[in-house]
Design a protein around this ligand. Structure first.
Ligand SMILES: C[S@@+](CC[C@H](N)C(=O)[O-])C[C@H]1O[C@@H](n2cnc3c(N)ncnc32)[C@H](O)[C@@H]1O
Length: 292
């Protein structure tokens, strides 16, 4: 059985080999960071695999029963491991399930790398994260900018507590983990140089825009009228508005308060992602337009 370090290095190699833009390309610091953080420390002992098996159910991976399969899954570049279904109503002890209303996961390594690359936080900057989950992306960010410069908001107390324990084990001390509705941001530490949301929105919450400095960056998955969500990078104007780009298609679970929200935009047809720009007005919804 290979060690975690070996699997982590292989995972980094695979992400480096991806031909798309983003990932580690042009960002050597990000690869060093990725190879430094023990993702296995943040992964629960039992998780659901993100794809159905031949019986149509999501299988469970158990660290103690299948140590090698579990570790390989932890370091599969495009595998998000599911840590909660239906807000905990589906129990992992009950084994494989057909239920697909995923409400928490440890996001897949390639997507976490892409999101951090998109944000590109610099040491010393102050960043607000939404959706602490297991604490994995929080750990990467804390290593980059310093634990005291990260605030991470998670609305589920049990997840927030577990993430805090994981972060203390990994870093010696945890960044500030706040149990609250992330759509409200976190005013006491504002303004931020950037916001990273690891849960998807239909509407960018006004608090994120208001709590980010002029020139600061918001990176978030945003629901689109096209099927997949989009990774979005917005530059804030410091007055509650922002302008930016649709980076690439991704799939993400929605923030709790926006699970049922209807898509606000009319159907636009299947897009060439890079041909659109996005604006968010201080007093209105996001609008997508064709880039000039
Ligand atoms: C994809 S998971 C986050 C993955 C995490 N960053 C990691 O590395 O493990 C999304 C998380 O967002 C949380 N979440 C959903 N809605 C939220 C809200 N309104 N405020 C704060 N957290 C929220 C979920 O509970 C879940 O833990």
């Amino acid at each position: 059985m290979a060690t975690a370090v070996t699997y982590r290095r292989q995972c980094a190699e695979a992400i480096s080999a991806y031909s798309g833009t983003g990932y580690f390309h042009g960002r050597p610091w990000l690869r060093v960071l990725f190879e430094d953080v023990p993702r296995e420390l943040f992964t629960p002992d039992r998780v659901w695999w993100h794809r159905r098996d031949e019986t149509g159910r999501y299988p469970v991976l158990d660290r103690h029963r299948q140590p090698d399969e579990w570790l390989k899954a932890v370091y599969t570049p495009d595998a998000a491991l599911i840590t909660q279904i239906a807000d905990g109503a589906v129990r992992i002890e009950d084994g494989p399930t057909e239920a697909s209303d995923f409400t928490a996961s440890i996001s897949c390594p390639a997507v976490v790398v892409d999101m951090l690359g998109c944000l590109s936080p610099r040491p010393g900057q102050r960043i607000l994260e939404i959706g602490t989950g297991t604490g994995y992306s929080t750990a990467l960010m804390a290593r980059r900018i310093g634990p005291s410069n990260v605030v991470s908001v998670e609305n589920q107390p049990t997840l927030a507590e577990r993430a805090e324990r994981n972060l203390k084990r990994d870093l010696g001390r945890a960044p500030l983990i706040v149990t609250a509705d992330g759509e409200e941001g976190y005013l006491p530490r504002a303004p931020y140089d950037g916001v990273l949301s690891t849960a998807c929105v239909y509407q960018v919450p006004p608090a994120w825009l208001q709590q980010t400095k002029a020139g600061g960056v918001i990176v978030t998955p945003l629901a689109t009228p096209w099927g997949p969500d989009s990774l979005v990078r917005l530059v804030c104007d410091g007055q509650g508005g922002a302008d930016g780009e649709l980076v690439k298609p991704i799939y993400f679970m929605k923030v709790r308060g926006q699970r049922e929200r209807l898509k606000p935009w009319k159907e636009l047809g299947w897009p060439l992602w890079s041909s659109y720009r996005i604006s968010v007005a201080a007093d209105g919804p996001a609008s997508i337009r064709t880039a000039p």
